[in-house]
Structure formats: structure tokens, C-alpha cells
Design a protein around this ligand. Structure first.
Ligand SMILES: Nc1ncnc2c1ncn2[C@@H]1O[C@H](COP(=O)(O)OP(=O)(O)OP(=O)(O)O)[C@@H](O)[C@H]1O
Ligand SMILES: [Mg+2]
Length: 331
């Protein structure tokens, strides 16, 4: 890393701390969601968020978008959505006598894919493909996506009727699968106060827009995250956790029978990058075992699939990952 970036690190830390504080003041009692959003931003990945309606999923990414120099789009996934509604289409320009590409919402750096399981496989695939390839092909042309490209997809845990479950194999494209729950009493009371304040505000003059973080800062912070110290024993532990999901028999025969598929190398990469990002956000220049264990459930729950029999016994990715974390010894 060049010396200028090194001297910039305290400033970048301050900027991210301020960003986190601002988001926490606006989105109350959802610190895990806010942390995960910032980790995704720093680790260059995408989030799948599962939570009941009205839990500030939309508000959270909107609040982040308002504080970054990055455009934002929201797409409501519905059964009649077409891939072109997402990617864009070639439009005939009669005056020029040629086709011109009209980019779709996917070309926004921050994209909220709301209720991703309400659209059929073709549309889901168009999004997941773009998330993996970082480019979109329309007709014969391929268009690169913006340098910053963060998708937050949401799923509602209730109402499974008429939905199209995401293909398990493609869930791997998500850096993290985050589950959020209801706020506690104090947070709920604070939410009421904030809502009143906002309602009053709209009656008066429009609110002043918050300052936006330049994307250069995001990319510099990403470089700093990659430069953090990760001890070889800890790297080994992280790899061991992922390998254990593929070959759990080394730890426990019953656990091995419960796992149909373990995590991929993409899972190891995600685990490393998320642990690094968490350490960096905490202001440290080294990764701890706790960083790895703290992000492991969100990184791995969608990558470790229970066997048919285990599912019948009530095992899901969450329980399997918890069991793996329990069994693999810390360095
Ligand atoms: N933790 C919170 N902090 C502040 N406001 C909140 C919080 N939770 C909910 N709200 C408020 O509740 C309302 C609903 O939030 P939002 O639309 O972001 O929810 P959502 O999770 O996207 O819901 P849906 O699943 O229906 O799309 C908003 O007015 C939001 O400001
Ligand atoms: Mg919403």
C-alpha cells in the first residue's frame, strides 16, 4: 500500500465510525443489520436480508445511499417482472436509425431487490448472474456494472405462498444471509419518537441532506481491510471451519450425515473478507478469532445445506453452522 493511503487510515476509520453512528441514530435497534451493510460495503459483497415487514430493511439501505456518493434504485420483485425490467433494453431510435441501450435499474451502485422470491427464476437469475459476473449482457452487447455494486435483496419469512424459492446453489452469490428480528422496548419507543420528529419535519421545510462519503474513501477503506494482519493460525482456523462443513465426519459422524452440501471456496473467501471488515470497523489492525466466529453464521448459513433426513428432524443451515463452530477448535 502506498504511504498516502497509510496516513489516511485514521481519517477513514473516523469517516466509517461517523457513518455507522449516523445510520444507528436513524435506524434504531438494528445494529446487526447496519454492521452487515457496512461489512458488505467494505468486503465488496451482496446481502440477502430476511425479516418481517416494517423492520426498516428499505429504510436502512436508503439511509446508507443518502450518505454515499452513489446512486440508488429499488426494484420490487413481482411475478410479472421481466429480466429486461432489471437489466434494461435496446430501444430503437428512429431519428438516428439505430438501437440504443437504455440501462435498467441494475446499473445503480446500490440496488434494493425487494422480495426477491416473488419474481420467477428468469429474473432472479438475471440478478444473480450480474452479481457474480459484474456485467450484464443484453442482446449481443455486454455492459460492465459500476465499480461499486452492492445488492441488498430482501425476503419475507411469512407468506411463502406464490413465491419462488431462490435456487440453493445460487444463494452462494450472497456474501451474507442476514436474519433480522424485532427491536426491543427501548428501541421501539425511540422509533416512535423519531417517527414523530420526521412527521413534524415534513410539515416544515425539507430536511437538510446529509454529507456524502466519496466513493474513493470506500475503495481506500477496502484496500486497508485487505491489508489487515491475519495470523496464519487464524487463517488456518477459518479454512478448517469451511472444510469441516464438507467433511464433518472428522468431528462427528451424526453431523456428517446431517450435511448434504458444505460451503464452497467462495464461502472461505467470504468468511475471510467479512472477518477482516469486522475487525477494521472495530478500529483494529488485526483479525481476532472472535471476528471469524461473529460473522460465520451469516456467511455460512446459506452455504451449508442440511440433508433430507436432517431437514425432517428440524435441522437448518443455522443449526448446522452453530454445531460446526462448536466443534472446530479455536487456534
Ligand atoms: N429500527 C427502526 N428505526 C427507525 N425507524 C424504523 C425502524 N423500524 C421501522 N422503522 C420505521 O418503520 C417504517 C417501515 O420501515 P421500512 O419501510 O424500512 O420497513 P421494511 O422492512 O422495508 O418493510 P417491508 O418489508 O414492508 O418493505 C418506516 O417508517 C421506518 O422509518
Ligand atoms: Mg421495504
Amino acid at each position: 500500500m502506498d504511504s498516502q493511503a497509510v496516513s489516511d487510515i485514521p481519517r477513514l476509520h473516523d469517516a466509517f465510525r461517523a457513518l455507522r453512528d449516523d445510520l444507528s441514530a436513524e435506524i434504531v435497534g438494528q445494529s446487526a443489520l447496519i454492521e452487515r451493510l457496512l461489512i458488505a460495503l467494505l468486503a465488496d459483497g451482496h446481502l440477502l436480508v430476511e425479516g418481517a415487514p416494517g423492520l426498516a430493511k428499505t429504510s436502512a439501505i436508503r439511509a446508507l445511499a443518502a450518505r454515499l456518493e452513489a446512486g440508488f434504485a429499488r426494484v420490487q420483485f413481482t411475478p410479472d417482472l421481466l429480466p429486461a425490467d432489471l437489466t434494461g433494453t435496446e430501444v430503437w431510435r428512429a431519428q438516428d436509425g439505430r438501437f440504443e441501450f437504455q440501462p435498467g435499474p441494475i446499473f445503480h451502485p446500490l440496488l434494493l431487490a425487494d422480495e426477491i422470491n416473488r419474481a420467477p427464476a428468469k429474473v432472479q437469475s438475471a440478478l444473480l448472474e450480474a452479481m457474480g459476473e459484474r456485467q450484464v449482457t443484453v442482446g449481443r452487447e455486454t455492459y460492465p456494472l459500476p465499480a461499486l455494486f452492492l445488492v441488498m435483496a430482501t425476503q419475507n419469512p411469512i407468506e411463502q405462498e406464490g413465491t419462488f424459492a431462490l435456487p440453493e446453489a445460487q444463494l452462494d452469490r450472497f456474501l451474507m444471509y442476514v436474519r433480522i428480528g424485532y427491536p426491543d422496548v427501548d428501541s421501539e419507543t425511540e422509533i416512535l419518537r423519531l417517527a414523530r420528529e420526521r412527521a413534524r419535519q415534513t410539515l416544515r421545510e425539507p430536511a437538510v441532506a446529509p454529507a456524502r462519503m466519496p466513493l474513493g474513501d470506500v475503495f481506500d477503506a477496502r484496500a486497508a481491510v485487505l491489508d489487515l494482519h491475519l495470523a496464519p493460525q487464524l487463517e488456518r482456523y477459518l479454512v478448517e471451519l469451511v472444510l469441516a462443513s464438507r467433511d464433518a465426519g472428522r468431528y462427528d459422524a451424526a453431523l456428517a450425515r446431517r450435511i448434504a452440501w458444505g460451503a464452497s471456496p467462495r464461502g472461505s473467501i467470504a468468511l475471510e473478507r467479512c472477518a477482516r471488515a469486522r475487525a477494521w470497523l472495530a478500529g483494529r489492525d488485526y483479525v481476532t478469532p472472535e471476528d471469524v466466529r461473529a460473522v460465520a453464521p451469516d456467511v455460512l448459513r446459506h452455504r451449508v445445506l442440511p440433508s433430507y433426513e436432517a431437514t425432517a428432524e428440524g435441522w437448518d443451515g443455522d443449526r448446522l453452522v452453530a454445531d460446526l463452530i462448536e466443534r472446530v477448535p479455536l487456534p
